[in-house]
Design a protein around this ligand. Structure first.
Ligand code: ADP
Length: 215
């Protein structure tokens, strides 16, 4: 499903952030990417969402070379890929329902679809009782579960989680991890960047270890 072929990313003309990466991720895998800060983990994810294109090599998703897709195909690609981050990136002036609904509204979804789909994803992440709560009224773990609900709304084939538990305590970290594992069991490919070894061991699946731009 995902293929990096001889991929290098060079920042500021001479800083090699990724050095000839070859990596294949199959449909339905749960892959943890580990490594020290600066190893190139986030860069690897940014290539998948076409925030950046490689300076050398190819990134292929579902058989499509991302370098070749046009500007208006990028939103379609991003709907295929849900993303969650360490800092949640929720809209503070919107409640849980509205945070998830917004992701549908910007794609032109109608009222009926929004009112059908949003409660479903809030239920999957266990936040039905927080539907009307604002981000400042819910815990860190709940915020991340809300971010996951928003990422799920387009039924993505791939879920990227960049340090999803970086701001969470142990109990909430495992809640979020269990949720990502459940999403994976339901068929979504999950790629999680983390430097929490215990979490990686709890997943018990494939681990890709990075250092200085190499795997
Ligand atoms: P990680 O996620 O493993 O911490 P990153 O992929 O964020 O690593 O970064 C890899 C290296 O590339 C780091 O040394 C970082 O400082 C550098 N880097 C990341 N983004 C940029 C950028 N936009 N411009 C210049 N250097 C960058």
């Amino acid at each position: 499903m995902i293929e990096y072929k001889n991929v290098s990313t060079i920042y500021d003309d001479d800083f090699v952030a990724l050095d000839n990466i070859n990596l294949e991720i199959k449909d339905g895998e749960f892959v943890s990417i580990v490594g020290p800060a600066g190893a190139g983990k986030s860069t690897l994810l940014r290539l998948l969402t076409r925030e950046i294109t490689p300076d050398k090599g190819k990134v292929i998703v579902d058989g499509v070379d991302l370098a070749g897709i046009s500007g208006n195909a990028i939103p379609l690609l991003r709907r295929k890929i849900g993303t969650v981050f360490q800092d949640f990136k929720l809209l503070t002036s919107k409640n849980s329902f509205e945070n998830v609904a917004f992701a549908l509204e910007v794609c032109g979804a109608n009222h009926r679809q929004i009112h059908e789909d949003v409660p479903k994803v809030l239920s999957i992440v266990g936040l039905t009782d927080k539907t009307n709560s604002f981000p400042h009224q819910i815990s860190g773990g709940e915020k991340q579960r809300l971010a996951i609900a928003r990422a799920l709304i387009h039924r993505p084939r791939i879920m990227l989680a960049d340090e999803p538990t970086g701001n969470l305590d142990l109990v909430n970290s495992y809640d979020v991890l269990r949720l990502l594992m459940k999403i994976n069991e339901l068929g979504t490919t999950v790629i999680m960047v983390t430097h929490n070894r215990d979490l990686v061991n709890a997943v018990g699946r494939r681990v890709v270890s990075m250092e200085k731009g190499k795997i």
